[in-house]
Design a protein around this ligand. Sequence first.
Ligand SMILES: Cc1ncc(COP(=O)(O)O)c(C=O)c1O
Length: 487
Amino acid sequence: MMFAEKASPSQRQLLMDRSRPGRRAATVPRRDVPAAPLHPVRWRRASLPLPEVSEGELVRYFVALSQRNYGVDSGFYPLGSCTMKYNPKWHDEMAALPGFAQLHPLQEEESAQGALRLMHDLQGYLADVTGLEAVSLCPAAGAGGELAGMLMIRAYHRARRDAQRAQVLIPDSAHGTNPASAAMAGFEVAHVPSDSDGNTDLEALRGMLSGRTAAFMVTMPNTLGLFEPRIAAACRLVHEAGGLVYGDGANLNAILGRAKLGELGFDIVHMNLHKTFSTPHGGGGPGAGPVAVARRLAPYLPEPQVARQGGVYHLARPRRSIGRLTAFHGNFGVLVRAWAYIRLMGAVGLRQVSENAVINANYLRVQLKDAYQLPYDRPCMHEVVLSASRQRAKGVRALDIAKRLIDYGFHPPTMYFPLIVPEALMIEPTETESKETLDAFIAALLAMAQEAEENPQLLQEAPHHTPISRLDEAKAARQPDLRWRPR
Ligand SMILES: Cc1ncc(COP(=O)(O)O)c(C=O)c1O
């Protein structure tokens, strides 16, 4: 076993262990077709050890499994940078409408005008939200949007016979996918340091810009949860040096309706529809990371885009398109949810989103900053990054705090990220949580700060009330033991 077992025997029992000969969960209906011969005996297995359980046992088994899962629909989920907010169920119903759910991607355009119109509208809404000219919806994730952006930047410089621009400058407070995407697109990555306020150090940036600079790629707000007040100046510097500015807009719930990145000087921005616009993030399900671009980059967008001509919608390939990044049109159901969300909220509602997201994060910041170290003591945006370095002195790490939160009934925050904050706890309350929930979470964290002083072991051995406690995570990833074998 690679974990300390804390489950009761019945919780631990696998379906196979519950098996008793002769028990059945299925009732086979009376045959109403002629009997057909089975495969020849030589093709049949001698035995097939399937579990034999009653229907009641089967239901209990799967319900118990489902209850071990934790999601936004079961509780507070402050996983920083992931925007684990509540998403209205009505949007799922919209995506499940037969006219959308049963469309075939190869269907003729004349018979899919409604779906194409929805995509066309959404391109327009997202262009408006970002203050940019044109949008392609097809990337299937935030990191896919980043890759699309980087490939467009490469194609743009090549088309201008400026291919020596091979370097992408990325602040050390960027999301981890940013340097990975730039490297995947064939760029060399150089890190720009942050200054003591948590902003990109503009002097360092100025010193790093050169004729080799392809782009400056910056997460906005950055992963410290901070808005960079001199971002417009940074964009100007990059443009003067002949580079482009890429904005990671995955955390758009921080600025929706308040700041348009295109107006601040960004040339390309990706958004995570599966965070900001009503599809749950982090479940390993489908996503969408549309890219929005300034006019000069529009010809390079990935295909397909949806265009409208003479009142008819059709799929189009931008003139110098970098090509396809996903099969067909990306994850269409996610687009339907985003469209429904934007229409439901309207401009006033979207503005309210960013207001609530920022107020909630700042409420946590102010309530917790005496108990936990606050590395950058200034108002934050949608998330607050604390450090457990004070608790570390007592032998309690950010990991222990995260695990102990499970005992208090909360999902842990993101830990050890951003890398520039030691013992980081990155907490994103999101805009959909009530003051009562935030107060309960604050009370838990304050109680834990006290526990760290008085009884560090309590945190070091947490969680205490879950079926399993701490995994050997490296072993679980490298040698997963997923197979049942008879004892
Ligand atoms: C700031 C930021 N950028 C990029 C990403 C990557 O998005 P995805 O997981 O959809 O690839 C995330 C993920 O949440 C993010 O928070």
